[in-house]
Design a protein around this ligand. Structure first.
Ligand code: ISC
Length: 482
């Protein structure tokens, strides 16, 4: 048996600029929301687990590490002292490793508190923070993977048939996109792009898994927990009026309300045995930059650690289905590929049993050789329509497609030549119709809104009557800059 490693941990006050820019370029560790959160640099130690007991096994190894650690903490805030970042595979039989990673350095910020934690193993000296490196702008287009749009529509149809036959109530089916980066590419540009476009989502990165999740599986601090359950989705409306109508319709739509109820009930049922004072608020429409979700917030008092809550909650009906076991078997059969860490818990934990864990959605796994796999799914119920679910997954894939395709748009206004080059790069052409959910929209850099290719009408603003080539006109006229 390996001897227990002894960690020395020192947290001191500090001041940081943008947290994510401090992360390792090719192996970023991050859990940041609205400017607050943690970024890890380097790796002091890694706990690797797998199988059905992966969360419990990680908890046991973490407890042993905590018991042997010497911690000096002059800040004493949520996220100071000894912390580890973690990601767990979705399925019990996944080939993907689940890991807890203790960084060498942690930079943290919460409100007015900002700190640096330095971590040394055994008798090593405490590490010194390094100056941050310029972020390289990395770009890659993602293409359909093992479950292409056609196959996705087919498996959604099969799931609807199984649900109507009474085999189960709900199943969440996902599809994938793939791409390739050079090995060792700077992943921070994708992270910065996600943070900039989705500042209220949780920008996460652990062991090559990165994304911007809107769904907090559990946040635990001093025994109090917060869980946000999301299920039920609608596209944003093109005008404020249409947007309001979309949110109102979502809140009463029987399919979405039913789908949401199953997800919220599954979370409550999982939390009940380990919580006191459970209280819910919702469902309510939660606005994200690219879509509306139905949300329910659950608070409670936890008996145990944040990992106990994860073990109880994962996988909720927001990412698996109801009944859970039947849904998991259907997912394995219909998707037919390993989800890896997609839809598993991703987050961080501390020495007192607290931490914050999101569901790994709206993201991708980047392997050490640079290959990328992104997933997005949708909850399927009896009256789901395959084309609608396919369109929903296209909207959910947009954050990660944009993060890799156009991470940090620098030009404030594109020339018509660069717009044409962009269209070529993403294979946007007159073959793409606005009905095609695979056709990405172009964000106009001239502040004129989102453009979509509208067949014979050319590029048009989503919220305006047909106006061919508006981006090129705006550039020529020098109009609407900024
Ligand atoms: C499974 C995903 O989203 C879940 C979370 C919010 C809304 C969902 C829905 O409306 O289907 C899904 O349950 C995903 O983004 O891949």
């Amino acid at each position: 048996m390996q001897a227990q490693r002894r960690l020395r941990v020192v947290t001191t006050r500090a001041a940081h600029g943008r947290l994510i820019a401090h992360a390792d370029a090719s192996a970023p560790l991050a859990f940041v929301r609205s400017g607050d959160g943690l970024v890890g640099v380097g790796e002091a130690l890694r706990i690797t687990v797998s199988g059905p007991d992966r969360i419990a096994d990680a908890a046991a190894a973490w407890d042993a590490l905590v018991a042997a650690a010497e911690v000096t903490d002059e800040v004493d805030a949520h996220g100071t002292g000894l912390v580890a970042f973690g990601t767990f595979a979705f399925a019990d039989d996944s080939a993907a490793e689940s890991v807890l990673i203790v960084p060498r350095i942690v930079l943290g910020r919460r409100g007015d508190d900002a700190w640096t934690t330095r971590i040394a193993v055994d008798d090593e000296p405490l590490p010194e923070p390094q100056p941050k490196r310029e972020v390289d702008d990395v770009r890659v287009a993602l293409a359909p993977g093992a479950i292409d749009p056609e196959r996705y529509a087919t498996i959604v149809g099969s799931a609807v048939a199984a649900i109507r036959a009474g085999e189960l109530e709900k199943v969440v089916l996902a599809r994938d996109l793939v791409g390739a980066l050079p090995a060792g590419a700077d992943l921070r540009s994708a992270l910065l792009g996600l943070r900039r476009r989705y500042p209220d989502a949780i920008t996460y990165a652990v062991d090559g898994l990165l994304g911007a999740s809107p769904e907090m599986l559990v946040a635990a601090r001093d025994g109090r927990t917060f869980t946000r359950v999301l299920a039920g989705t609608a596209a944003r409306g093109a005008t404020p009026e249409l947007d309001g109508e979309a949110a109102e319709a979502l809140a009463v739509h029987p399919k979405d309300v039913g789908e949401h109820r199953l997800a919220a009930e599954s979370a409550l049922e999982a939390l009940r045995p380990i919580s006191r004072d459970l209280a819910t608020s919702g469902p309510y429409p939660l606005r994200l930059p690219n879509l509306w979700h139905l949300a329910t917030d659950i608070t409670g008092t936890l008996e145990g650690s944040v990992l106990d809550a994860l073990a109880a909650l994962h996988p909720t009906a927001a990412v698996a289905g109801t009944p859970r076991d039947v849904a998991l078997a259907r997912i394995a059969e219909l998707e037919g590929i390993d989800r890896g860490r997609y839809a598993g818990p991703v987050g961080w934990l501390d020495a007192s049993g607290g931490g914050e864990w999101a569901i790994a959605l709206r993201g991708a796994q980047v392997a050490p050789d640079g290959s990328i796999r992104a997933f997005a799914g949708a909850g399927i119920v009896a009256d789901s329509v395959p084309a609608d679910e396919l369109a929903e997954t296209a909207i959910k894939l947009r954050p990660i497609v944009d993060a890799f395709g156009d991470p940090l748009p620098r030009a404030r206004c594109w020339s018509s030549r660069s717009l044409v080059a962009f269209c070529r790069r993403f294979r946007l052409s007159r073959e793409h119709s606005p009905q095609d959910p695979e056709s990405p929209a172009i964000r106009n850099q001239c502040g004129m809104g989102r453009l979509r290719f509208a067949g014979d009408q050319g590029w048009r603003r989503e919220d305006a009557p047909p106006t061919p080539s508006i981006a090129c006109n705006a550039q020529r006229d020098g109009a609407a800059r900024g």
